[in-house]
Ligand binder design. Structure first.
Ligand code: G3P
Length: 215
């Protein structure tokens, strides 16, 4: 399973990379707004730190605009993946970019039917947003289960990239279901490493170590 970091913060990305935890990065306009840098600069800085797929989202909502932006973003760095919203124009843009061998991440997916269309359009990744489904008192992980089954039924090449992950349980469930990728906020990556028994066990070892006779 691949882990991406869902962040536009270069400090967080560097730290997660130092942990050896991440295989790629996803960004979105909200995350890049928080980072406070022009999109191209932010994406290039990220590509210098992480040698893996880096998703950068188009802002246009019409096919022609998405194609223009997508081609420009793809030229920035070979690792750039063009992130495209799952709307009809976005599917059209995905099909064309896919035919040009430009990698795409189709985002804002909330249903299995949408995910099938993204796969048919040639998306490299599909991003179902589990946390935002949970926010509506529904089960976001149910969607991942459905996508794993449907994509498996037809051997679609599109990778399932679980997004809007809010806590470690989402991550573990995604792994158990066999999702290809989970993109995690930095906070969740650090939460994955934490366990109170690790902390108390280490404390006891260090206390006992003081009793070891000096040689
Ligand atoms: O990158 C898209 C997604 O991960 C956003 O998550 O927490 O804003 O729903 P969230």
């Amino acid at each position: 399973m691949k882990i991406f970091i869902d962040s536009g913060d270069i400090g967080e990305i560097k730290e997660a990379a130092q942990m050896g935890a991440i295989d790629g990065v996803t960004t979105n306009p909200s995350l890049l707004a928080k980072a406070g840098k022009p999109i191209r600069q932010a994406i290039l800085e990220i590509c210098e730190v992480v040698d893996g797929p880096v998703s950068a989202e188009v802002l246009s909502t019409d096919t022609e605009g998405m194609l223009k932006e997508g081609r420009e973003l793809a030229k920035l760095h070979p690792n750039v993946v063009v992130k495209i919203p799952l709307i009809v124009d976005g599917l059209k843009a995905t099909r064309v970019l896919s035919s040009e061998k430009i990698k795409t991440n189709v985002t804002l997916c909330f249903s299995p039917a949408q995910a099938v269309l993204a796969a048919k359009a040639g998306a490299t990744y599909i991003s179902p947003f589990v946390g935002r489904i949970d926010d509506l008192a529904e089960d976001g992980m149910k969607l991942i289960e459905q996508l794993v089954t449907i994509y498996g039924n037809y051997d679609f090449d599109t990778e399932i990239l679980v997004a809007s992950v809010r806590h470690p349980v989402h991550f573990v469930q995604a792994a158990l279901l066999g999702a290809d990728v989970a993109t995690l906020p930095f906070k969740v990556i650090t939460q994955l490493a934490q366990h109170p028994l690790t902390d108390s066990g280490l404390k006891r070892f260090l206390e006992d170590a003081k009793k070891i006779p000096k040689g």
